[in-house]
Design a protein. Structure first.
Ligand code: ADP
Ligand code: MG
Length: 367
């Protein structure tokens, strides 16, 4: 099988109210596939990064000479949700229909636009709902004799516990969360996770709403912010081509990661012990896995990839360096006050783009 590198996109959002009130300067510029970031305390050193896609969604407003925010000309530079879907979502959909596994990860500091890009708010539907709509549309209009089944799961990883966001009644939730198990063929999976067969995108939308509600209640219950947890949606697509006697199966992983800003507070072993719990062990390990895989791609000798050290990296093992076509969207605040975080996000994204996967069509005779 050929090698597929992880595709990386970056997206910069508009100023939020807090940034506007603080009179923030925009430190990010984009041109074609390059993103440049300027250190606000050092005018000499802009850094430039190149990714597969760069989305200027800094919208409508720019600061005029007298310090006022005025509409940007031309406003049409704004990369909207539809634009991002056509580049990233459509490819995932096409891959899944061909029988490839696909993964989409959103990485960035809290408030930088991960959920906006993945799920969306109100009429600004993000990648996941649009992907589901187009998936059902494609299945309805296809002319061949394939039969399809779609299963939807939604879980949260918080403090290394797996919470099923679709399980009914939080009272039945096992203490300590669901178990992650490993099987030779299947790899890592969550035991007892609810898989809901879906017939329409309206049904998926309803499940997503239910899952999001559970996530909010669960995090209030645990006195945690959802910015510290990872949300993972798995869409399983099974296509049976009865004439050819072939079945194709693909898993689509859609991941809204915890805010990246906490990662460094768990930097050293000592800090980690001090925290008592490893709230972000999964994010730290994700960083380590990505760094190791980037080293492998650079030809360095790597003894082992630490997938087993966290729940998130177990569940994403095939997405990272394995049998999946994977895309990361790294989201950025435009503001000078977020320079350090944005710089760290860009460095992370740069390592991620080196990763080589080997995706194959998952097909076999229909049983
Ligand atoms: P995160 O999930 O990374 O914590 P959100 O996606 O919730 O952040 O975004 C924070 C705020 O910024 C939200 O109010 C959202 O509507 C707004 N926002 C984020 N990205 C964009 C964008 N590309 N265009 C317009 N508004 C955005
Ligand atoms: Mg969010």
């Amino acid at each position: 099988p050929g090698k597929d590198s992880v595709k990386v996109a970056v997206r910069v959002r508009p100023f939020n109210k807090r940034e506007r009130d603080a009179g923030s300067q925009c430190v990010i510029t984009m041109s074609s596939t390059t993103t440049t970031i300027q250190d606000p305390r050092n005018q000499q050193s802009p850094r430039t990064f190149t990714f597969d896609y760069a989305y200027w969604s800094h919208s409508g407003f720019t600061r005029s000479k007298d310090g006022l925010y005025v509409p940007e000309e031309p406003a049409s530079r704004y990369a909207d949700q539809g634009h991002v879907f056509l580049d990233l979502g459509q490819g995932i959909l096409d891959n899944a229909l061909q029988g490839y596994n696909a993964t989409l990860l959103a990485y960035g500091q809290t408030g930088s636009g991960k959920s906006y890009s993945m799920v969306g708010y109100g009429p600004n539907k993000g990648l996941v709902p649009t992907l589901c709509e187009r998936l059902f549309q494609a299945l309805r209009t296809n002319q061949d004799s394939r039969q399809c089944q779609i299963f939807f799961s939604m879980l949260e990883i918080y403090n290394e516990q797996v919470i099923d966001l679709l399980s009914r009644g939080s009272g039945s939730r096992p203490p300590g969360g669901l178990k992650v198990r490993e099987e030779q063929q299947r790899g890592f999976y969550v035991e007892g996770l609810r898989r809901v067969p879906c017939e329409s995108s309206a049904q998926v939308a309803q499940l997503m709403e239910q899952g999001t509600r559970t996530r909010t209640t669960a995090s209030t219950h645990m006195n945690a912010s959802s910015s510290r947890s990872h949300m993972l949606i798995v869409l399983q697509l099974k296509q049976i081509f009865s004439k050819e006697n072939i079945t194709k199966q693909s898993n689509i992983n859609l991941v809204d990661l915890a805010g990246s800003e906490r990662q460094r507070s768990l930097g050293s072993e000592a800090d980690r012990l001090k925290e008592g719990t490893a709230i972000n062990l999964s994010l730290t390990t994700l960083g380590n896995v990505i760094s190791s895989l980037a080293d492998v791609a650079l030809g360095k000798r790597v003894v082992h990839i630490p997938y087993r050290y966290s729940v998130l990296t177990k569940l994403l093992q095939s997405a990272l360096g394995g049998n999946s076509r994977t895309i990361m969207i790294a989201t950025l605040s435009p503001a000078d006050i977020c320079y350090e975080e944005s710089m760290s996000t860009l460095r992370f994204a740069e390592r991620a783009k080196r990763i080589q996967n080997r995706a194959v069509v998952n097909e076999g005779p229909t049983e």
